[in-house]
Design a protein. Structure first.
Length: 158
């Protein structure tokens, strides 16, 4: 696998889904506005409950956490959110995930990938540099750039 450039990884979001795992290939195939693995590219609408979706800029990258596991890193593609019922959506392109993994329980815990436990419960996007546990670990270990390089290396070796 090619090493990933994560210089725009600025956000983290916890995903909760009644089916336990959201945004799996099977889950995405049932969604409108998705492109699933066309020439190695997967695009889907990422749902947000509140307007914080508008604070994220196009090309920003976001880590998605589910059940204590880092399941996706995505890049925001559009410049603004669009409304769909009670949800706000942003189109994202998957930069990293393990779509062929049969059991996502086997993915390493988020703290192993991130080097810290973000301890987030809500489904809002959080800017990584504003998280207390991130600062405790990474302010003396290279800051955001050190973190981005660390994650890129971990994903490359996983």
């Amino acid at each position: 696998m090619k090493k990933i450039n994560l210089s725009k990884l600025r956000w983290i979001k916890v995903i909760r889904d009644l089916d336990k795992w959201a945004y799996t290939p099977a889950h995405l195939s049932k969604m409108s506005h998705y492109v699933l693995d066309q020439n190695g590219v997967t695009i889907f609408p990422l749902g947000f409950r509140r307007e914080p979706a508008k604070n994220i800029e196009a090309e920003d990258e976001m880590a998605l956490i589910q059940n204590g596991k880092l399941t996706h890193i995505v890049q925001i593609l559009d410049n603004d959110y669009y409304s769909g019922g009670d949800w706000f959506h942003r189109l994202v392109k998957v930069i990293w995930w393990k779509p062929d993994l049969k059991n996502w329980e086997e993915i390493l815990p988020q703290s192993d990938f991130l080097g810290f436990d973000p301890a987030l419960q809500d489904g809002d996007p959080h800017e990584i540099i504003n998280l207390k546990r991130f600062r405790e670990k990474w302010d003396s270990s290279g800051g955001l750039e050190g973190f981005q390089n660390y994650i890129a290396e971990k994903l490359y070796n996983s």
